[in-house]
Design a protein around this ligand. Structure first.
Ligand code: P6P
Length: 339
């Protein structure tokens, strides 16, 4: 009898059996996360036909102009997940404080931190966007506080993203490697299509927004200059550059074919008193765990991302992640700079 595709739920049950760590509550929560991703995928695919493009006419807690779909994505996820019965609370890029599960809904033992629509500046030009999520345990009794979300990336029980692009793909890890699922709209199921994703150690491709070159600090200046020098330079090979404008788009490409993604500290961010651009809890940590589970590395230039003890929900950090050889090289340049 020919086997049909493996659904997300079938995969999670099989993975739990293989590793002897079946967690039915986490499986149920991830099923509801997938449902929320399907709902959002449908809206992204319809675009203006669903009237979801354009500005929302308001700013988020980060002081950034919100797109309509930023607000809608946040609402879709909150609505889909607050009734799951598996969560104690939800933290979102789009909300200042965490969202406690209402008392009239069942509470569970997990905490969800998420970026509802990463790369939303791409949405009006039909570029790649995605939802990034990070799940940790709620150790306390009763309703959580913001402080309960401040757990290092090493405490995550699951991290992943859903990329909304030519196909909608869900990638996740629960600590046993990285698995990729493609949304089959004919069945309404995420089907396992990319088991055991591994990031090549070496690469010829880097990702950084070169518009900020004049602000780069010495390590990134040196790294990019050596890439640009190509085969005639110290790297003795030519490089390619990509910048998707969405972390999900760049990280997905790197998980598929290697590369290094950089949103480092620079003089512009230093002058603004910012510790970085990207957020630790719902961007750097979930993407960093995926990258390390796939054999890559995730670092700030001075410390591993996953070891950082968060001090606030929307804390920003510098981000360098991808193929291990390139991240190691950049860490070396930072160490040389530190002297
Ligand atoms: P810039 C999107 O706003 C985001 O948070 C990431 O998804 C993306 O990698 C980065 O910011 C893009 O930043 O400065 O190039 O617009």
């Amino acid at each position: 009898m020919s086997q049909t595709g493996t659904t997300l739920s079938q995969f999670l049950i099989e993975q739990g059996r293989l590793h002897g760590d079946t967690d039915e509550a986490l499986n149920g929560l991830l099923s509801d996360v997938a449902t929320a991703c399907k709902r959002l995928s449908n809206l992204v695919r319809l675009g203006e036909l669903a009237g979801v493009l354009g500005a929302a006419g308001q700013e988020n807690v980060q002081g950034e102009e919100q797109k309509k779909l930023d607000v809608i994505a946040n609402e879709v996820f909150i609505d889909s997940l607050q009734r799951s019965g598996y969560l104690a609370g939800i933290a979102s890029e789009e909300m200042d404080a965490h969202y406690p599960i209402p008392a009239n809904y069942s509470r569970g033992d997990y905490l969800l931190a998420f970026d509802p629509l990463d790369g939303s500046s791409n949405i009006d030009v039909n570029g790649s966007t995605g939802t990034i999520f990070s799940i940790t345990r709620h150790s306390g009794d009763g309703a959580p506080t913001d402080a309960d979300f401040l757990q290092s990336g090493l405490s995550q029980v699951c991290s992943g993203y859903c990329l909304y692009s030519s196909a909608s793909m869900l990638l996740l890890t629960t600590g046993h490697g990285v698995s990729g699922f493609t949304l089959d709209n004919r069945e309404g199921e995420f089907i396992l299509t990319h088991p055991e994703i591994k990031v090549p150690r070496a690469t010829r491709e880097y990702a950084i927004n070169s518009a900020y070159a004049r602000h780069w600090l010495a390590p990134e200046k040196r790294y990019v200059e050596e890439c640009l020098a190509g085969v005639e330079g110290p790297r003795e090979k030519d490089f390619n550059m990509r910048w998707a404008g969405s972390m999900v788009g760049d990280v997905h490409r790197i998980l598929c074919r290697g590369g290094v993604f950089m949103y480092p500290m620079d003089a512009r961010l230093q002058a603004d008193g910012k510790a970085g651009k990207l957020r630790l809890l719902y961007e750097a940590n979930p993407m960093g765990w995926l990258m390390e589970q796939a054999g890559g590395m995730a670092h700030t230039g001075t410390q591993p991302i996953l070891s950082i003890q968060p001090d606030s929900l929307h804390q920003r950090v510098p981000v360098i992640m991808g193929s291990a050889e390139e991240v190691e090289r950049l860490i070396g340049y930072h160490q040389e700079l530190a002297g």
